[in-house]
Design a protein around this ligand. Structure first.
Ligand SMILES: *Cc1c(COP(=O)(O)O)cnc(C)c1O
Length: 356
């Protein structure tokens, strides 16, 4: 069976070295030395100011909303993973969906201003598949209307825009280190912000809001463990190789599928991309489903990622977003992971070509 992704596991001896140290110290959680070390390494690797590891990428978004004290309406993208929307609702805010660009999968800044009301407090956008949103336009709209900006950067580990980490945009950026992501700690995530005050708030939220006997704010349990941090320290050594490898997989698919009536995302010149996903857009839903079913018969499982458009979730009343609804019905993410074999890429491309 070939799935859309396969979790990278480091050579087991590399992980065991950390396990030995954890067994010797007996320190397994509560801001242990490996959590601190990974936080510092990530700050260096990414080129960001403040970063806190948390237990997953969803609580990272919830912490961002809470730290910014958002309320009322949050303008957000309908084209993302469900966690982007449910975090807003979980924090007692209302998602207002802003349709996406026709030539990308990201929120279209030109649609934002029509959606702003006196209740709007923020914009929460996703850099979909790791390709940056139009951060300059979003910032100028946010500044004009005094709105906060959060970026769900779950897909963007290592992505740079004009030579700088994409995580340096917005008031807060969040990232997921789930096992299906490019860089992972099995479960995990981080909150990244240039603002030290916001960063300190998140630090307290993460562990019940107290430092020893000083009870400073409300909080919850959003911690990560030494074992998760150890996995991250192992994987961080290999992350540049992951990106190079995925780049060649991406180029390979593009070459093999270039005669097909499919659309692939553009990678702008100013972006240093991480090639974490390979989405293809079919001409219509039937063509996509035919390819998907034929691949499945051959034990290959691509994913309808992202489907449904989040404004169509059954438990919310979302405003309509025709571009997102249309694209989400036609998109399929093809398998991309480390050590994917060349003949697998050829087989997948061959099946899709034959279907079309
Ligand atoms: C994976 C993902 C999340 C959630 O991250 P978890 O670590 O699984 O909680 C949030 N947003 C997007 C866009 C994602 O892809």
């Amino acid at each position: 069976m070939i799935n859309v992704t396969r979790t990278y596991l480091p050579p087991i001896d590399e992980f065991k070295e950390y396990l030995d140290k954890i067994w010797n110290s007996g320190w397994v959680t509560n801001q242990g030395p490996f959590v601190s070390e990974l936080e510092n390494r990530l700050i260096d690797f990414l080129g960001v100011n403040n970063l806190h590891l948390v237990s997953n990428g969803t609580i990272a978004i919830q912490f961002a909303i809470k730290a910014l004290e958002l309320e009322g309406e949050i303008i957000t993208t309908p084209y993302s993973y469900v966690a982007t929307t449910t975090s807003i609702i979980w924090e007692n805010c209302n998602p207002v969906f802003c349709d996406i660009e026709s030539n990308s999968f990201n929120l279209d800044p030109d649609n934002i201003e029509n959606l702003i009301t006196e209740n709007t407090s923020a914009i929460l956008a996703t850099h979909v598949y790791g390709l940056p949103c139009d951060v300059d336009k979003i910032k100028s709209i946010a500044d004009k209307h005094n709105l906060k900006v959060i970026y769900d950067g779950a897909h963007c580990f290592g992505v740079k825009l004009n030579g700088e980490s994409i995580f340096n945009h917005g008031d807060i950026s969040t990232v997921s280190f789930h096992a299906t992501k490019l860089f992972h700690t099995i479960e995990g995530g981080a909150v990244i912000t240039a603002d030290k005050n916001l960063s300190d708030k998140v630090y307290l939220f993460r562990a019940f809001g107290h430092l020893d006997d000083d009870y400073l704010s409300i909080g919850i349990n959003g911690r990560t463990s030494e074992l998760n941090a150890a996995m991250g320290l192992c994987n961080l050594k290999h992350v540049n190789d992951f990106i190079n490898e995925r780049k060649s997989v991406n180029m390979h698919y593009r070459e093999l599928l270039k005669e097909c009536p499919l659309v692939f995302p553009d990678i702008p010149d100013e972006v240093e991309y991480n090639y974490s996903y390979f989405p293809v857009l079919f001409e219509n839903e039937n063509a996509m489903l035919k390819a998907k079913h034929t691949l499945e018969k051959n034990h290959i499982c691509p994913r309808r990622y992202f489907f449904p458009s989040l404004n169509e979730l059954p438990y919310i009343k979302g405003n309509s977003c025709p571009v997102s609804e249309n694209k989400s019905r036609r998109v399929l993410c093809l398998p991309v992971y480390n050590m994917i074999q060349e003949d697998v890429i050829k087989k997948i491309s061959g099946i899709i070509s034959a279907c079309l």
